[in-house]
Design a protein around this ligand. Structure first.
Ligand code: CP
Length: 307
């Protein structure tokens, strides 16, 4: 794959070799970051952040990544003050922003919007989340976190818990894990099961998959909890029926494997008790911090900056 000017739209566009390459480069970048040798790699370049949905981590970690590389960022604090509010199309917005910046990260509630936007620009465009579809850079930092802890991804037993229907982070993560020799356990309410086509794809790749409603975490190496995505439910009553379906608390973690890690893309709204934060299982804040070297590496790769 040529990385320079590559759009990062879906993790399905990546082979296993390409994912492993990004993880290796992220590790190199983390060393450079910690030794102060990354601070001018992107000097003179500008990242545009186009966020049409709320974000704390994705937007701020991309901004931090760019600034740690010596670059600058532009963007609007709320989508309501962008000209989308006057009816401007995504296509026009990104064509204009291409004249201002060297790389774009976009988040939008409509599935497929990042792919569409990428068709209108020559500068690299990164999907920071499109509706319930994909969140590829989250997946890369998730895999980076797993690899940092276990030194591998193959051979792990991974439980994914919560909203598997609307959660874009779990869709991307599942697509990526289909490249590895893992066991997967999907734990969700009946109404929020993983889409059938994704389960079929895994079966096609000979990945063992168990689907259950019970929060059975025995033998899991990685527990990846997610928020029920209230904003994606067409019917608020359906949300009321499933909210609070799973809470991981001190009692739940008593039964975990000693080496297990508990991950969450965040924000959490009750899925993991704060009492768990001080335990050795809690990896979600480190996971979020890992977004910095991973996004620094990606920004350099797509901008053709060697490191
Ligand atoms: N994990 C994640 O995408 O968080 P934000 O919505 O805060 O960006």
């Amino acid at each position: 794959m040529g990385w320079t000017k590559k759009h990062i739209i879906s993790i399905k566009d990546f082979s296993r070799e390409e994912i492993d390459f990004v993880l290796r480069k992220s590790s190199e970048m983390e060393k450079k970051l910690n030794s102060g040798r990354a601070s001018s790699l992107m000097r003179g370049r500008i990242l545009a952040t186009l966020f049409f949905e709320p974000s704390t981590r994705t937007r701020m970690s991309f901004e931090t990544a760019m600034k740690r590389l010596g670059g600058k960022t532009v963007g609007f604090p709320f989508s309501e003050i962008s000209s989308e509010a006057k009816g401007e199309t995504i296509a026009d917005t990104v064509r204009v922003v291409e004249g201002y910046a060297d790389v774009i990260v976009i988040r939008h509630p409509v599935e497929g919007s990042a792919r569409l936007a990428s068709e209108y620009v020559d500068i690299p465009l990164i999907n920071g989340g499109d509706g319930a579809n994909q969140h590829p850079t989250q997946t890369l930092l998730d895999l980076y976190t797993i690899k940092k802890k276990f030194g591998k991804i193959d051979g792990l037993d991974i439980a994914i818990v919560g909203d598997l229907k609307y959660g874009r982070t779990v869709h991307s993560l599942t697509n990526a894990l289909a490249n590895y020799d893992v066991k997967l356990r999907f734990i969700s309410p009946q109404e929020l099961k993983m889409p059938r086509h994704m389960v079929k794809d895994l079966e096609g790749n000979k990945i063992p998959v168990k689907e259950t409603r019970k929060l059975n975490l025995d033998d899991a190496d990685v527990i990846y909890a997610t928020r029920i995505q209230k904003e994606r439910f067409p019917d608020p009553q359906e949300y009321e029926r499933v909210k609070g379906a799973y809470v991981i608390d001190l009692k739940t973690i008593e039964g975990l494997k000693k080496s297990a890690i508990l991950m969450h893309p965040l924000p959490r709204v009750g899925e993991i008790s704060p009492k768990v934060d001080g335990t050795k299982f809690a990896h979600y804040f480190e996971q979020s911090k890992n977004g910095i070297p991973v996004r620094m590496a990606l920004l350099c790769l797509v901008c053709g900056v060697k490191f």
